[in-house]
Design a protein around this ligand. Structure first.
Ligand code: BGC
Length: 329
């Protein structure tokens, strides 16, 4: 009987040890699994703080605003960010909900009421006949930009830099394709110490850069950075190349490109056929090879256009301009 009891307690101890080893093994496996998918890191660190480098934002001093109200600067990491987002282009979207957002002023202007945003951001969307894309863009982007606590205005326009500045002293310019939506709101649409390329992981390119020098899709430049490169080139007609020219300009002026982490910089493109009347520009490669010689005389200082109309609604300001015809036509 005693021998039986002894064997049983030995067996009991062996089983306990085996269960403990199994639990330990399982914990290690779960830990490494979560870490692979960035979940552990995300729980431990405040949202986005390790990825986002910002311009020299004061660390929360008090600032006085209109009237007798005293507000603080908005924090570097806005508190209401959600992280990865669900973005879907398979169903039509309705803008009525956002239209009723009383915090949006006419022309698609917004500024947070709870804090003072250090930057004034003009979001500029070059646009032609893409009403459906614009609808998705407005539907997804207004809530994101508001969670990012930006003081911003939306301009649907060519030559956006000049026209936006006629309205407000913007000090940051975000240039966005109308068909691109970020799928993570930690990708903050503002300006940084260096020019920022924001659309670094597009679904169209398998969530990676198509090439290291790629600066297309969505980018941001402070007013200072924009002036340093004499703005964007005007001598590109048709599709392609102008973003590569901007990249060249930035490097020739000694700047480097800042980018978010590939997880945070993911974005989705609305699939579409190539625009008619916007064929690939056959001269783009030779133009790109001459940026160094052309950038000083082709840019803001050579801009020539006439404004045809201004239209403002709750969600955006639309400016139609006449930029003339390509020189060879
Ligand atoms: C064009 C760019 C374009 C990129 C990705 C390049 O060949 O010059 O303008 O953004 O391809 O599509």
């Amino acid at each position: 009987m005693a021998e039986l009891h002894g064997n049983f307690s030995l067996l009991h101890r062996a089983c306990t040890l085996l269960v403990a080893v199994c639990i330990l093994h399982l914990s290690v496996v779960i830990f490494f699994y979560l870490r692979t998918y960035n979940i552990v890191a995300r729980v431990q660190t405040p949202v986005a703080s390790q990825y986002i480098t910002t311009t020299s934002v004061p660390t929360t001093p008090e600032v006085a605003t209109e009237g007798n109200k005293t507000l603080q600067y908005c924090p570097n990491t806005p508190p209401k960010l959600e992280g990865p987002l669900y973005v879907d282009f398979s169903e039509p979207v309705k803008l009525e909900g956002i239209m009723k957002n009383t915090r949006l002023a006419l022309g698609g202007h917004f500024r947070p009421s709870e804090c003072v945003s250090e930057q004034k951001v003009a979001v500029i969307i070059p646009f032609r006949d893409r009403e459906q894309h614009l609808k998705y863009w407005l539907f997804y982007m207004h809530p994101i930009l508001q969670r990012q606590q930006l003081d911003y205005g939306v301009y649907i326009i060519e030559q956006g830099y000049m026209e936006a500045l006629k309205e407000y002293d913007y000090n940051c310019f975000v240039f966005s394709d109308v068909d691109l939506i970020p799928v993570d709101d930690r990708n903050i649409y503002k300006c940084y110490d260096q020019p920022r390329h924001l659309s670094v992981a597009m679904d169209k390119f398998g969530f990676r850069l198509p090439y290291n020098e790629y600066f297309g899709g969505v980018s941001s430049l402070s007013k200072e950075q924009y002036l340093k490169i004499n703005g964007f080139p005007n001598n590109y007609w048709g599709w392609g190349g102008e973003d590569d020219d901007v990249y060249n300009r930035l490097t020739f002026r000694g700047m480097s490109i800042s980018r978010p982490d590939h997880q945070i910089g993911r974005c989705k493109m609305i699939r579409h056929a190539r625009d008619k009347l916007n064929e690939p520009n056959p001269h783009r490669f030779s133009r790109i090879s001459q940026t160094k010689q052309t950038m000083e005389k082709d840019g803001i200082n050579s801009l020539s256009y006439s404004v045809m109309s201004w239209e403002k609604n709750r969600l955006y300001t639309k400016v139609v301009v006449d930029i003339g015809k390509p020189p060879h036509l």
